[in-house]
Design a protein around this ligand. Structure first.
Ligand code: IPE
Ligand code: IPE
Ligand code: MG
Length: 268
């Protein structure tokens, strides 16, 4: 009788356990040719980080800026082409007024202080969401920073602001319906490609990898259409503690996964 071949044990885990390896050790294990093109990130845990230290939630948000810098630099170093950061959801408008005001002020001051460095790193800034709901100051600063970095092409950094995946889809459906009404397209011409073209992310490929920090395992209305086949990675790190090592460990975990897209292992 033929001996039964030992089944390959899948190295799959949505939860990314962090090893004691150094950043340099992990970096050496990474295959630069198999990087995701687009990484989406749910930056969660600022409030808990501050609470653990006996500070107000806004202190946590202020301490999150370093983590954002690390994520951007890490993506640039690894050749990731698109990074999308969930920065403020439409649901977040329900938070206490002083927290919302603090977050909006922080957005303006950070955009202002970081734009030069972003440009030096080759970052092209963009934003998706219900941007018209943001305070005028934020909208203006955002426009200015987007214009100042428009010539860059190393990393497309997209901030999801006042963002809701369902609103994005609803808006796309409305736009398509209007085009049908005008007779520009037939309902039979509505396919996945056409829908994708009407989303905020029309010019951005779907993320291969979604990372969420803080141990929460949910999508929270982020990129609902675009995440259809993304690899999900959950990290037990609060966002202000996020560093390049966490990104690199997650990229390594991603590279050890098998993306089957409905096929069998043998077909790949
Ligand atoms: C994420 O951190 C930042 C935003 C949602 C703006 P949180 O503020 O949600 O932090 P936790 O989840 O309460 O710890
Ligand atoms: C998701 O975090 C939104 C952002 C990170 C901007 P939340 O902390 O608002 O998510 P829920 O409500 O706990 O799911
Ligand atoms: Mg949260």
């Amino acid at each position: 009788m033929k001996s039964v071949k030992k089944e390959k044990i899948e190295n799959f885990t949505a939860f990314v356990p962090l090893s004691s390896r150094t950043k340099e050790e992990v970096q050496k294990l990474l295959d630069k040719n198999r990087m995701p093109t687009h990484v989406a990130l749910i930056m969660d845990g600022n409030g808990r980080w501050a609470k653990q230290r006996g500070f107000s939630r806004i202190f946590g948000h202020k301490n999150a800026v370093k983590a954002v810098r690390e994520a951007i630099e890490g993506c640039v170093e690894m050749g990731v082409k698109y990074l999308t950061l969930y920065t403020f959801s439409t649901e977040n408008w329900q938070r206490p007024e002083d927290e919302i005001n603090g977050l909006m002020q922080l957005l303006v001051s950070t955009l202002r202080s970081e734009v030069k460095e972003l440009s030096e790193k080759g970052v092209k800034l963009g934003a998706i969401g219900e941007l018209q709901s943001l305070p005028t100051k934020c909208q203006n600063q955002l426009k200015e920073s987007i214009t100042k970095t428009a010539h860059n092409d190393r990393l497309v950094l997209t901030l999801a602001l006042s963002y809701s995946g369902r609103t994005e889809m609803k808006t796309a459906i409305q736009k398509i319906a209007q085009r049908v009404e005008k007779g520009e397209i037939n309902p039979s011409q509505i396919d996945e490609e056409l829908i994708a073209k009407h989303l905020y992310t029309a010019s951005i490929p779907d993320p291969e990898l979604l990372i969420r920090t803080s141990g929460e395992m949910r999508i929270s209305n982020f990129l609902l259409w675009q995440l259809a086949y993304s690899e999900l990675a959950f990290l037990d790190v609060l966002w202000p503690d996020f560093r390049k090592i966490h990104l690199f460990e997650t990229l390594l975990n991603y590279q050890n996964r098998e993306r089957r897209f409905g096929k069998t292992s043998e077909q790949i």
